[in-house]
Design a protein around this ligand. Sequence first.
Ligand SMILES: Nc1ncnc2c1ncn2[C@@H]1O[C@H](COP(=O)(O)OP(=O)(O)OP(=O)(O)O)[C@@H](O)[C@H]1O
Ligand SMILES: [Mg+2]
Length: 412
Amino acid sequence: MRTVSFKQELVDKDIVLSVRHLKQFFTVGSGASKFRTKAVHDVSFDIKKGEVFGLVGESGCGKTTTGRSIIRLYDITSGSVYFKGYRITGGTRWNEKEIKWTKIRGKKQIAELNQQMRDEINDSKTENEEYNESLIASIKARYNEKITAIKTHINEVRTQEKENIAQIKYDNRHVDPQLMSKIQMIFQDPTDSLDPRMTVEDIIQEGLHIQGMHDRAANSNRVVEVLEKVGLIADYASRYPHEFSGGQRQRIGIARAIIMNPEFLICDEPISALDVSIRAQVINLLNDLKDEMGLTMMFIAHDLSVVKYFCDRIAVMYFGELVEMTTSEELFRHPLHPYTKALLSAIPKPDPLSEKKRKRIIYNPLTDHDYSKEKPELQEIIPGHFVLANNAEIEKYKKEMAAADAESVVEE
Ligand SMILES: Nc1ncnc2c1ncn2[C@@H]1O[C@H](COP(=O)(O)OP(=O)(O)OP(=O)(O)O)[C@@H](O)[C@H]1O
Ligand SMILES: [Mg+2]
């Protein structure tokens, strides 16, 4: 009987969140019009303690789905997410497929071996019956050894993967709520994410109730404390969300998250829905809270200008996949994937002259890559800089990096 949740062996003890081969598929529609969207398709990354990790990409590429999968709003399709070393969510589809495909591949190999065996027996038959018998026996023994090895492999994979599936299911049922309360999320739209029928106080302290904290006076004091922390006044506690501006509503969303004393905060486009004039205020608030509370963050945005100064590392996402991941500095110095370049070209320049010269690059996956001979993989081109590319592209990108470095030396 299983009694212990799987604990990831952390190579790097500083890693707070580890996402491994996350897949999140949705089935949309019904009957004949039913289809599957691969919202997130095999995404892996690690976030270190104290780090701000940016997840950037255009609308619909799977950023929110990644965030919502981490906080267990969905049962994920495949892969695992570990928080402080503990698996907090896992999906079993990959493991199920592994059993199925190992069996299909194995059966095919066995059929081929049987055919080869028959051919070899037919080809080597002689006039001498006695000689034939011993020859056939030795050929059969040779092939049977190979076939047995394949059957053993199928059984081993089945046993191993069934064990993994049972462990994932066990872990999903035994996630520690206390541990989960250390992960909080600030949602994309401050209007949609706050219940209009609840007072600000009730919204903010909802998480405390879920954690079994029902001391009214203590909870009210905590609400006042966090309201002040996010730059709002205590009097607001008895009001309703519609009485507030967008920026204030987002502050309420932040208060709701930080009342739980989180260690890891997911900020899902916290400023996109806000007026330009108050965006900087919210970013500054998040920055202050990060320092004050020692938070680790995942910051989701759809354009690179927002994350440039706020994030230590950035992952660029396109259609459910990561296409590039490195430090902010390196990403702006050596953008390699054509989609990253397209995102960069969308950032307006502060200086009117260069703004006039700015050219938008449009990414077209069909013409920008040739994957007919070799498929791409997320590869580490230099330490810490990952790009989705095949080997031919890696060679090209290496040259681009060297050329960019040479140019910057000349400019200096
Ligand atoms: N609950 C759901 N059911 C079905 N499909 C979904 C669901 N949630 C997301 N999707 C689909 O998954 C894909 C990724 O959506 P997601 O909301 O994660 O994108 P996003 O990167 O956050 O975009 P945006 O910048 O617009 O917020 C989209 O195609 C979306 O339609
Ligand atoms: Mg989103």
